[in-house]
Ligand binder design. Structure first.
Ligand code: ATP
Ligand code: MG
Length: 635
């Protein structure tokens, strides 16, 4: 077995040679002339002069070896539909969609906005865009008209691809009226709208503008659409960040660098192999869905599961907390990828469900998106009996920045830590005010990345280089480094721990504490299902911590029970982190406000605590949770 530290060192000390080697994992029409052009920092241009195509690498190149093997497995516990497409069938479907887009006037470089539920057609549309060199902008299905309108204005799409409706927990959400309203609100109007009709909600078609996917696909049934050979640095897509800390940022990604980054991550990080099945429970509306539902597994020649539905509902649409594990057994999933927030949902189910199915195919469960608290990590690890691999990354990075590269060297993980920097990423901890690098173990600072950034990292903010440079690269005095806006430490063994967002750092009487540290202490209490800690302005101490706790067992958490639990929680924090960290108040709630991607909206809770406006809430999932907190705090 190779040593990961040698592998890593080569990736940063001799990075062009390292990445030239990784570039061989994909097909190039023309090989790159220059591996890296870093002449205009902080911009990094990878594989300059090379031409390639994401769709070719995801589909066409596998046709000879595995054309009849499954490529896309669609499972919907919302509609009960289950259908598998082989690489050859996917190839045909994608060409039909590509021909439809071309017929609607889409040209190379044009944007196509995709506003769709988790159905096969969404994947066809993404891959079709990649095939013809159109830039896809996937917007999470079900976003409100206002949020959708602002993205339509920003992307200026030639065509929008959508569907009649999405469904969540059995509740149908009609998309078409939301889309029509968004187009009405937007200054930019698309030339055409292409619609998948699932038969879930009636649609009024606008004559001359709206087309049914089914009709065009029939017209282009036998279409042969060749892959457009794109420059490595040509744009593949734009995508917005989750909007946890403010207004979402439009991340722009290249083609060749992204393809190589994903291709490399499959063996090195996910220890994944062609012919196997990958199951990522994210949504195509998020970066994890782009990288590890659609492109990554297909580039690696794997089958990928596209799952629509809750983790707690079966194919017969009856409650079933074991559905994911049933799918693991059925499709012999080897690599699974989910989020801590989903595991916390499962934690409320009977743990026996984790043992009900044969999970012997599964090698590891990867989790990302939010800090993985120790109790949750331990619970799922023990329940499944496979390694749980936390991985830290961002929409901006496109693939994991910090994790454990088990495909290079099996290294033990540490609970609470996502691991060590991945090859290509020069991750440092800096003191935000002085810009000095913190090298003593366990010193707290901001997690930054030194350029040049590796392949797959964002190129810029869509149409706004200045915002890219100013937002990310100018926050540390005297140094041009990329700020992740996360706070963290590195321990003596080189493992990183993420302590929360830099925005969420609490300053109590001059002592700086990450909200994550306090949350971690609280979540260790047996009766805590979920917790959010925010810093609230305090006349005496500057700020104090206030905790919002979802109890695991809500019975008895009223009156005396609540007082007792609050006391125990306060004591726990004081014992583990010191009296300064002890929350001034612990409030009990039934749910916490989160983004649609399941991230805690601490800034919104904090604003409510301080009686301020909660700010941009376009991406909030359940506004009622915030409303309840507001009522709770009312004097
Ligand atoms: P915005 O940038 O719009 O405020 P966001 O940062 O939530 O939204 P994403 O790009 O989806 O948007 O999320 C990346 C962030 O998620 C990271 O910066 C980090 O705060 C958090 N995160 C992701 N994975 C992990 C992890 N494994 N451990 C801890 N935090 C994580
Ligand atoms: Mg962010």
């Amino acid at each position: 077995m190779r040593s990961y530290s040698d592998f890593y060192r080569r990736s940063v000390d001799d990075s062009e040679a390292f990445w030239a080697e990784q570039a061989r994992l994909i097909d190039w029409q023309t090989p790159p002339e220059q591996i890296l052009d870093a002449s205009r920092p902080p911009f990094a241009r990878w594989f300059v002069g090379g031409t390639t195509n994401l769709c070719h690498n995801a589909i066409d190149r596998h046709l000879d070896a595995r054309g009849d093997q499954p490529a896309l497995i669609c499972v919907s516990t919302e509609t009960g539909l289950e259908r598998s497409y082989s690489f050859r069938e996917l190839h045909a479907e994608v060409q039909r969609t590509a021909a439809s887009l071309l017929a609607l006037g889409v040209k190379r470089g044009d944007r196509v906005l995709i506003y769709m539920p988790m159905i096969a057609e969404a994947t066809f549309a993404m891959l079709a865009c990649a095939r013809i060199g159109a830039v896809h902008c996937v917007v999470f299905g079900g976003f409100a008209s206002g949020s959708l309108a602002s993205r339509i204005e920003d992307a200026e799409p030639t065509v929008i691809v959508s569907a009649d409706a999405g469904s969540r927990g059995g509740k149908v959400l009609a998309y078409k009226p939301l889309l029509d309203e968004a187009i009405r609100l937007s200054k930019h109007k698309p030339a055409a709208v292409l619609l998948a009709d699932r038969g879930l909600a009636a649609m009024d078609l606008v004559a001359g503008r709206d087309h049914l996917m089914r009709d065009l696909a029939t017209q282009h049934r036998d279409a042969l659409v060749p892959c457009a050979w794109l420059e490595s640095t040509e744009i593949s897509y734009t995508i917005y960040t989750s909007g946890t800390t403010g207004k979402p940022k439009g991340v722009q990604r290249d083609t060749g660098g992204y393809a190589v980054a994903l291709a490399a991550s499959m063996p090195h990080i996910f220890d994944a192999r062609a012919g196997e099945t990958y199951f990522c429970t994210s949504d195509i509306g998020w970066v994890v869905g782009h990288s590890y539902i659609v492109y990554g597994p297909l580039i690696a020649g794997m089958a990928t599961i596209l799952y629509e539905g809750l983790p707690t509902q079966g194919l017969d649409r009856q409650p079933d907390g074991g559905i994911w594990w049933q799918l693991v057994e059925k499709y012999k999933v080897t690599v699974m990828f989910s989020a801590p927030t989903a595991v916390r949902v499962l934690k409320k189910q009977d743990p026996a469900l984790l043992k009900k199915y044969d999970l012997s195919s599964l090698r590891a469960l990867f989790l990302a998106g939010e800090p993985l608290d120790e109790p949750t990590g331990r619970w799922i690890g023990e329940g499944l009996g496979v390694p749980i691999i936390d991985n830290y990354w961002q929409t901006e990075s496109g693939w994991p920045i910090i994790t454990i590269a088990n495909g290079v060297e099996k290294k033990p993980g540490k609970l609470g830590s996502p691991g060590v920097p991945m090859y290509g990423w020069r991750v440092k901890i800096l003191d935000e005010s002085t810009g000095e690098e913190l090298t003593t173990p366990n010193e707290k600072g901001v997690v930054v990345i030194e350029g040049p950034t590796p392949p797959g990292f964002m190129q810029t903010i869509w149409r706004d280089d200045a915002r890219f440079v100013n937002t990310y690269w100018k926050t540390v005095p005297g140094k041009m480094v990329y700020s992740t806006f996360d706070w963290g430490i590195r321990d003596a063994d080189g493992y990183f721990f993420i302590l929360g967002r830099t925005d969420d750092v609490i300053n109590v009487a001059g002592h700086r504490l990450g909200t994550r540290e306090i949350e971690e202490a609280i979540s260790g209490h047996g009766n805590v299902a979920e917790v959010a800690v925010v810093g609230v302005a305090d006349a005496l101490k500057g700020q104090v911590a206030v905790a919002f706790v979802v109890p695991r067992n809500a019975d008895g958490v009223d009156g005396a029970g609540a007082l007792a639990l609050e006391g125990q929680i306060m004591q726990r924090v004081a014992e583990q982190l010191g009296a300064l960290a002890r929350p001034a108040r612990v409030h009990f709630v039934t749910g916490l406000p989160k983004t649609r991607s399941g991230k805690l909206l601490r800034r919104a809770i904090q604003a409510v605590c301080e009686g301020r406006d909660a700010g941009d809430l376009t991406t909030i999932d359940d506004p009622a949770t915030l409303q309840r907190i507001r009522q709770l705090l009312r004097p």
